[in-house]
Design a protein around this ligand. Sequence first.
Ligand code: ADP
Ligand code: MG
Length: 729
Amino acid sequence: MSTNRFKALDESQKRQPQIVNYPSDKISDYYGKNVFNISTMRSYLTEEAFKSVKKAMLEGHRIERNIADQIATAMKDWAMSKKVTHYTHWFQPLTGSTAEKHDSFFKPIEDGRAIEQFEGSLLIQQEPDASSFPNGGIRNTFEARGYSAWDPTSPAFIMGRTLCIPTIFISYTGEALDYKAPLLKALDSVDKAATSVCQYFDKNITRVRATLGWEQEYFLVDTALFKARPDLIMSGRALVGHSPAKGQQLDDHYFGSIPARATAFMQDFENESYLLGIPVMTRHNEVAPNQFECAPMFEEADIAVDHNLLLMDLLDKVAARHHFKVLLHEKPFAGLNGSGKHNNWSLGTNTKVNLLQPGKNPKTNLRFLTFLVNTIKGIHDYADVLRSSIASASNDHRLGGHEAPPAIMSIFIGSQLTEMLNKIEKSIKAGKMTPEDKTSLKLDIGKIPQIMLDNTDRNRTSPFAFTGNKFEFRAVGSTANCSQAMIAINTIMAKQLKTFKKAVDARIEKGDKKDEAILKELQDLIKASKKIRFEGNGYGDEWVKEAEKRGLSNFKDTPRALTPMKTKAYIDLFEGEGVLSKREIEARHEIELEGYTLKIQIEARILGDLCQTYIIPAVIRYQTELLDNVRGLQDVLGSTEAKKAGKVQLEIIKEISEHLAIIKTNVDEMVEARKKANTIEDTEEKAYAYCDDVKPYLEDIRYHSDKLEQLIDDSYWPLPKLRELLFTV
Ligand code: ADP
Ligand code: MG
């Protein structure tokens, strides 16, 4: 009898929704209250210091040391007015989560007294003695120093009783050890490139910011049940467990009424989000049981990334108060939908124009088409870069699983825009435009806003879809730091827009009028990028064949999806835009591969453990009971009659033995495969060994374990079943 499982079930069934304490009646009363934002700064800083920070925030200016001292003191005073005692540099190491090391404001002085102090130097730079963050060989132990440096573009905030100062994290020798430093560089690069293209259309555009609106999906599981599943604790996903009889086939969960316990949890974490200025706007049930989504209003990409990381942290912290565990894993439960994090991306100007929004006249629509077509061409040229940006052991389970975007990168723009691009492609013949061509094309381009309104045919199966005024990158995993996708997209865009600008300028120099030069260049780009556009069903097998014919890549697993990082094209792209150096790329490649290997290694270990110490013993106990029964029948009826009377028992005993034997052999072989893989020195080769030689055992073992789960007495099964994990909220 599995006491753990039943105790956990009991506990989970007794739960009541928690009462939510609202800081005030109106959200607007407490929105951003725990953020050292511009309006707070205005009241805490001198005019001089305020101007300096604002310039740093908006234009990336450096802050002088004496001003930094003033800002630090103001930050401390503000934080202390909210009972804060500690501060931390908050950064995004390459582990994928965030890191913090808390220091106290308080400092003992003479006579046994103490004061609170915070100097500009501590605000600007810290040296976390954290030599164990992943660094891909960049930091040798003799120079194991890393610096965190204040990023004034992202406001400081309060978590609990700690002041958190967003920072970048770099090595002693200047290489980035985080996601934020390259993200800021990519955003800077796309700003410059896009602004210069915008100059063709509007001289008032002096700044372009990439915008990001993420949608975070997650599962909720009761804490007691979670704790009874070592695999969930260790790897974030259920490594065994038969699909429940009722999964998502009735489509009754999506957008359904949210269970009261889950609603209370959501209200609670939303309140915490509002205090931190995270503009969470939407909540709803997702497709699978116990699966939910939340999404904010979009923001500038770097702020949106910070907010997503903060939200992931909040989800976890607040869930504990509601006796929930949040599963952010991309595929916690086989057979049910996985979780993603759609990245809605666009470019916005200082004049408050969304560059991917069709305009009101031919001129603004030409601008729209320019950015649309350049995005398509950029993704066409660097589809492999995009794919590598979302590769992870956990996302491998989701991509191409007939419920999530495939691992093949393609773009959907809808039938009407397709028609528009076809027109541009055809209406300029032999590189020349007649006056009639021009008029007719301008007329067509002028019609875009109307056609867009009718453009409701959304394609949910595309990994990169145009959705009316932005692109939605749907292949990003739910655990991911959005920076990786954002670094890729914005660097690609920067490079593409620069190339475009050069080409158009060259045409103008040769005598073309500006509009004509742009149109002709767009025509070339449309022709050259056709193969990346796909309007059909991205989940279908036909697409896999068609994509192969088109020469599109289909990297099915992480080690392979990361191979483009070794290519000249990849290195040239990131070095060319000043985003990542060759050394940084090599380090990142190494870190990704290591992370992959470790994740599979953990899964293999915990599954071996589950089999040996949970599943096999429980099954044997049940088998013993059956054997006792058969023996009893023999005692009473004699062996011939017992064979007849015990037919079912004997069959089950045999079937159980077969599955047990296979599990045991597989576990032993998996251990051997791991041992062999562990002797491999080369990081990439090792990752391949884990992918090709170790990982397949996980699936095989699961298959047989799930069969056993269906064979043995429910009361013997030692782990909460999927139907219990998924239907007890
Ligand atoms: P869904 O994909 O579920 O249909 P919506 O289309 O309503 O959702 O929007 C999804 C997300 O797109 C929201 O988080 C929203 O803030 C974001 N979004 C809207 N406009 C932009 C933009 N210009 N740039 C980036 N994200 C945007
Ligand atoms: Mg979406």
